[in-house]
Write a protein that binds this ligand. Structure first.
Ligand SMILES: NC(=O)c1ccc[n+]([C@@H]2O[C@H](COP(=O)([O-])OP(=O)(O)OC[C@H]3O[C@@H](n4cnc5c(N)ncnc54)[C@H](OP(=O)(O)O)[C@@H]3O)[C@@H](O)[C@H]2O)c1
Length: 288
């Protein structure tokens, strides 16, 4: 029976993997979070992996506070970078497969056409630099697959969708930036895609090709468009006002364009990706 270790499993993606795992009988899932397995602790990580002998590690653990990372870059690097090195140091040379999640914020955002995996990353924030370090550490293990995702939301945890619903319920208007364009990703879709890949490889239906893959929902929008759609689908009565990023004080610079090209993951793994609007409707139904 394949043993699948999920780290950072109390977050958005980890919780969605818990939900999806119920469709996969015959796999032994081990869900951990910082209180059961702190991946910044090399000794603990080594001991845990030695005892549980996973065939797969899916790392959902992260430091995701993009603005706060500017104040505490060491902490961001520790969780997003050094902790990934700990995992790869423990599994390096073994048959264990590793799926590590990265971010569209490794790109500089200067392009205006969808970004593929061959474009050189050039992060513009401490968070982006820490995620890039994590990718580089993950690639030190032969059996690693890195999935870059963007604008993640879910019915679990804190995210933009929930924030906009709360603000729009309390206020008559809410200001949202319109000069940052990307694609929202419903964590439930990403979790389903990950398990499609994992189960396909376990059943020898597909070959796992290590390397970097982009995954977000289909389509593109600005945060402003995203907020308008959230307010509409949640049935709220609030004016969404478009503002420029420089009118909206944030400590970290964000890429102005981070729409990703998903051809590689779709072609390699036969994955169909829903449009962001379709998935947003599903998530808001759950939240209602
Ligand atoms: N959220 C986004 O918009 C976004 C966008 C692009 C990429 N991503 C990437 O997608 C992945 C999943 O993100 P997510 O939104 O599901 O993250 P999340 O909700 O923030 O969950 C991350 C989980 O990791 C835990 N964690 C923190 N430090 C840890 C440690 N040392 N050891 C073990 N667990 C630890 C966190 O615990 P605490 O809550 O107690 O810290 C949390 O439960 C991450 O790699 C993230 O960088 C996210």
């Amino acid at each position: 029976m394949a043993i699948i270790l999920v780290t950072g499993a109390d977050g958005q993606l980890g919780n969605e993997l818990r939900v999806v795992s119920k469709n996969y009988y015959g796999y032994d899932f081990v869900f951990t979070d910082v209180n059961t397995l702190d991946i910044t602790n090399l000794e603990q990580t080594a001991e845990f992996i030695k005892q549980n002998r996973p065939d797969w590690v899916i790392n959902c653990a992260a430091y995701n506070q993009v603005d706060k990372a500017e104040e505490e870059p060491e902490k961001s690097l520790l969780i997003n970078g050094v902790a990934v090195k700990n995992i790869t140091e423990v599994i390096k040379g073994s048959e264990c497969r590793f799926i590590h999640i990265s971010s569209d914020y490794v790109y500089d955002g200067k392009s205006c056409t969808p970004l593929n995996e061959n474009i050189l990353p050039a992060p513009v924030s401490a968070y982006g630099r820490s995620k890039l370090a994590g990718e580089q550490y993950a690639l030190q293990h032969q059996g690693s697959m890195i999935i870059r995702t963007s604008w993640l939301y879910s019915s679990f945890g804190k995210n933009f969708v929930k924030t906009i619903i709360r603000l729009a319920s309390e206020k008559e208007s809410v200001k949202v930036v319109f000069d940052q364009v990307g694609t929202p990703t419903y964590a439930a879709d990403l979790a389903a895609a990950i398990m499609n890949i994992v189960s396909g490889v376990i059943r020898n239906q597909i070959a796992m090709n290590s390397g970097i893959y982009n995954y977000s929902n289909e389509g593109a929008c600005s945060w402003y468009d995203f907020a308008c759609e959230i307010v509409k689908e949640a049935g709220l009565n609030c004016n969404v006002l478009p503002v420029l990023s420089n009118e909206f004080k944030q400590a970290a610079v964000r890429p102005s364009f981070s729409v990703m090209d998903k051809s590689k993951i779709k072609e390699n793994y036969g994955i169909t990706i829903p449009h962001w609007r379709t998935s947003l409707i599903k998530c808001i139904k759950l939240l209602k």
